[in-house]
Design a protein around this ligand. Structure first.
Ligand SMILES: [Zn+2]
Length: 419
């Protein structure tokens, strides 16, 4: 590096350091024009990522509210809702969003994505405490919309919800469709199928005049096994023709997840929902979604872990290609993350260099299973906020207190230069 370059770098670094005062023990300063905020909201009930783009447009990705009974173990999960059990997860998410959008006179969610149809991403109607005027149960995304308007919703099933199998008997999807129909009729909500390959389905600043100053691109990478090829808007299908298959051999719900990538200048963020990449013995190779996606994504600054860091996620090919500097684990169960997954994440044989790993919600059982690797995590509990500074050259990770609604900063990491 030449002296002039070093000077320019230092000036940039200092300006990134001093422009926006963010201090441990103080509330997160309100979003400013040009910043990209990515809030990984922790309710202990599944995924909920809320993004505010440099022009103030917003996107909610998932709004989990798990069913009260654990169908994996048939025991109560007994996971306390964060911050308290006084409200359901959907209401807490809506309240968080209203605080994050307090710079707006009439806060609304411009776009919402439901990545796939599982309770920890959309909400389960089982034992939901209340119903809406439209008759549907208030849970997850349907509850969020009760408190803050949503303008457009993208999912993997609209309009027939029949791939790869009919979801007509699925209680979550049935409740969600009643919600959609009511919202379309009474609130003018627009619903669209998420389309792989496109970079203009979520229209934020990158496509407007401000785009030159704040170059944002949202690339739709995958849905229902159809993935972007990396060329133009072209896609290809990872899944074979289902006709000759038995229903038990069909792709599972997680494999159909929506994946996307966000670019802001040099900054890159990847979110793959619950896709998988570590196969059970005897499973066909097309069940691995991570490896083919890894090739088109390339290196990123920040990755939201696939499938909560469960044992079938984060394979070596994905990590070697993405080489994330920061990883966020949307954890809520004792199996999140798997110890073997953390070993891969920290492996310098898979990729060299530093990496910082943040978990939203580690249960004590998970900590026991993870053992000594727990101490390498930068966070065990909190809302994990990525704040990218105007232009995308630098970003920080801010861990917010999840025991109340104060937005109090518990820890600050960075600034990291975007790569
Ligand atoms: Zn999940």
């Amino acid at each position: 590096m030449q002296v002039s370059q070093l000077l320019a770098f230092t000036v940039l670094f200092l300006s990134a350091t001093n422009t926006f005062a963010q201090q441990v023990g103080e509330p997160l300063p309100v979003w400013q024009t040009g910043q990209l905020d990515i809030h990984h909201i922790n309710t202990g009930q599944g995924n909920a990522t809320f993004l505010v783009f440099p022009d103030g447009a917003s996107l909610l990705v998932d709004a989990g509210a798990i069913s009260p009974l654990d169908w994996r173990t048939n025991k109560p999960r007994n996971i306390p809702i964060k911050p308290t059990n006084e409200r359901q997860a959907g209401e807490w998410i809506a309240r968080y969003i209203r605080t994050a959008l307090r710079f707006k006179a009439n806060p609304a969610i411009d776009y919402a994505i439901i990545t796939h149809f599982h309770d920890d991403h959309m909400g389960s109607p089982i034992n939901a405490a209340r119903r809406a005027t439209g008759g549907y149960a208030l849970t997850g995304i349907t509850e969020v919309a009760e408190y803050i308007p949503i303008r457009k919703i993208l999912d993997r099933g609209w309009p027939d919800y029949a791939y790869p199998r009919s979801l007509a008997n699925d209680s979550m999807v049935t409740n969600y469709r009643r919600f959609l129909n009511w919202q379309i009729q009474h609130k003018g909500v627009v619903v669209e199928p998420f389309q792989a390959g496109r970079n203009n389905q979520i229209m934020v600043v990158g496509q407007s005049k401000l785009g030159q100053e704040y170059p944002v691109e949202i690339r739709n990478l995958a849905v229902n096994g159809r993935i972007w090829t990396g060329t133009g808007n072209e896609t290809r299908s990872l899944f074979p023709d289902l006709t000759p298959l038995k229903p038990t051999e069909y792709p599972n719900e997680n494999m159909c997840s929506i994946a996307f990538q966000i670019r802001y200048g040099d900054f890159d963020y990847f979110s793959g929902a619950d896709i998988q990449g570590v196969l059970q013995f005897g499973t066909p190779a097309w069940h691995d979604i991570e490896t083919p996606l890894a090739k088109v994504v390339g290196s990123v600054d920040v990755q939201l872990l696939d499938h909560h860091g469960y044992a079938d996620s984060e394979n070596g090919a994905l990590l070697a290609s993405l080489r994330p500097r920061v990883l966020v684990i949307p954890s809520w169960a004792s199996s999140h993350p798997g110890r073997d997954v953390l070993e891969r994440i920290f492996s310098e044989q898979i990729y060299s260099g530093e990496r910082d790993v943040f978990a939203t919600n580690l249960l004590d059982e998970a900590k026991t299973a993870i053992g000594d690797l727990v101490h390498r995590l930068k966070s065990e509990s909190g809302h994990i906020v990525i704040r990218v500074e105007p232009g995308g050259k630098f970003y920080r990770v801010l861990v917010l207190d999840d025991t109340n609604e104060s937005f109090t900063i518990k820890a600050i990491c960075g600034p990291y230069p975007s790569r």
